[in-house]
Design a protein around this ligand. Structure first.
Ligand code: 5GP
Length: 239
């Protein structure tokens, strides 16, 4: 598969066309942004780490019955994925209070939620991905009721699978963001799953091993990303 024209450049990734119109190359950059791109920086080798982590987690999710856009890894920073018509929504699932939920409801970070919290956000950098509900989505015609039900069900499944996966590696999956897209008559999980899009806390110490180290200037960012890669590709702890 060879890289064709650049189709889209986002904050952390670039999409390139290939000779197959159904397939695109997802290239992972080292660029990091936060707070709606007001804060910008570079995390050395983030692209390599996030590509590897995403490859591994997409393969794991496929094995657990969640269809994704992943086809195969092409290089350190590139994966081949199915071309999707991205649905302009971001799903967030939260297991522990942090970030946006702590701010919105005036809660302490770290409260373990009695059940996962599912949120729809409208995908818009200009608006800061605002929280919306099903009515907004239908009123905008962004997706159908059937599509929303399917995405919700798949997202909960991703949470169950990943919570278990990370617990076996002594990591709490605090929250994460997912994006989905249409591919022929199917809906597939797209984008990436990495320390850029999830909050990971080491069990016991609550050490943050994700992009919050960049957002909050906590230092040791590269080491935290590398640590997450080692945990993801490492064997589960014996229980
Ligand atoms: P929050 O709403 O608390 O800022 O984010 C919840 C979770 O979703 C966090 O794990 C965060 O990393 C992820 N997330 C939400 N929106 C975005 C986004 O626009 N980009 C990225 N990379 N992650 C996001």
């Amino acid at each position: 598969m060879t890289r064709g024209e650049k189709l889209y450049e986002g904050k952390a990734k670039i999409l390139y066309a290939t000779e197959d119109p159904q397939l695109v190359i997802q290239y992972f950059k080292d660029d990091a942004t936060a707070f709606n791109a007001q804060k910008r920086g570079t995390i050395v080798d983030k692209g390599v780490v996030n590509n590897q982590i995403s490859v591994h987690l997409f393969q794991w999710l496929e094995r657990e019955g969640v269809p994704t856009h992943f086809v195969k890894q092409l290089s350190d920073r590139e994966m081949l994925v199915k071309r999707l018509e991205i649905i302009p929504l971001e799903v967030t699932i939260r297991n522990i209070v942090a970030g946006g939920m702590a701010k919105m409801l005036g809660l302490e970070e770290g409260i373990v939620l009695k059940q996962p919290v599912f949120e729809w956000h409208y995908k818009s950098d200009a608006l800061g991905d605002p929280l919306i509900n099903d009515d907004h989505i239908f009123a905008l015609g962004a997706a159908t009721a059937q599509e929303l039900a399917h995405i919700r069900q798949q997202s909960y499944r991703v949470n169950d699978v990943l919570k278990r996966y990370f617990a076996q590696r002594s990591i709490d999956l605090v929250d994460f963001k997912l994006e989905f897209g249409r591919c022929q008559d199917k809906i597939l999980l797209g984008d990436e799953i990495s320390p850029d899009t999830c909050r990971f806390w080491e069990q016991g110490t609550k050490r943050k091993l994700d992009k919050d180290r960049f957002r909050r200037d906590l230092g040791d960012i590269e080491a935290a990303y590398q640590e997450m890669l080692n945990r993801v590709i490492g064997a589960p702890a014996a229980r």
